[in-house]
Design a protein around this ligand. Sequence first.
Ligand code: NJP
Length: 245
Amino acid sequence: MDNITGKVIIITGASGGIGEATARFLAAHGARVVLGARRAEQLQTLTEQITQAGGQAAFARTDVSQRADLTGLVELALERFGQLDALISNAGLGLISPFDELRVEDWEQMIDVNLKGVLYGIAAALPVFRRQGFGHFVNILSTAGLQIVPTMGVYAGTKNAVRTIAEALRQEAGPQLRVTNVSPGFVHTDFAETMTNPEVKAQILARHDQIAIPPEAIAQAVAYAIGQPANVDVGDIVVRPTAQS
Ligand code: NJP
């Protein structure tokens, strides 16, 4: 974990779930964390708790579907802490449903947040990483992209679009920048709460209650990748419940 101390790390979707757990874990290991999400009150509370525990944190209300918000979050990191070591693109939505329901607005929202949100983060951070000569993109993807199942087509599509983009980015990035994808399985968070199809939501919640693992398991995987020496680029990590088929 020595390679985490002092690093400046942006985490999107830090107001709950995996993002919050990752922020707490990295801050406890000496990272200076910059938190983004739409619910600013949660971010403020988390920032205060990290600071009271002796860590360093800053936050800004951020909607990742707005390019200017990602630009602002990167600017905040540079203003407050003078550099940017890693961008964790974690904000995401799983508005899953069968295609026949034609929940087109849900499809669009997932594309806006899960896909365009990541691209806007790349657009904001890449020039900074190039200027510095170092930087690390970490994307939170999904096992839904590895095992394709009904109702998750669009969700998995957004995650696998990022998987493809990340591989090209890795190849273009050259020897100084790192690109990591972390794919969680079922994790105990509020992820299912935003689902709009009541039957699918009930199914997912029942499965969650049976097998989900704590978000700290994902935080540790992210920390493992960030904590490697600069010449070690961890590509893909999959962390799922042992009981997940
Ligand atoms: O979910 P949840 P997770 N702009 O709902 C934020 C992936 N994953 O922690 O804006 C900015 O507790 C939202 O903040 P707020 C999943 O696809 C999970 O489980 O304040 N932020 C909140 O902080 C996602 O990529 C599971 O509402 C936005 C956060 O996103 C990542 O893990 C399984 C936003 C969501 O927290 C974290 O999800 C899997 C926006 N427009 C993949 N919209 C799982 N939990 O089982 C949302 O395979 N957020």
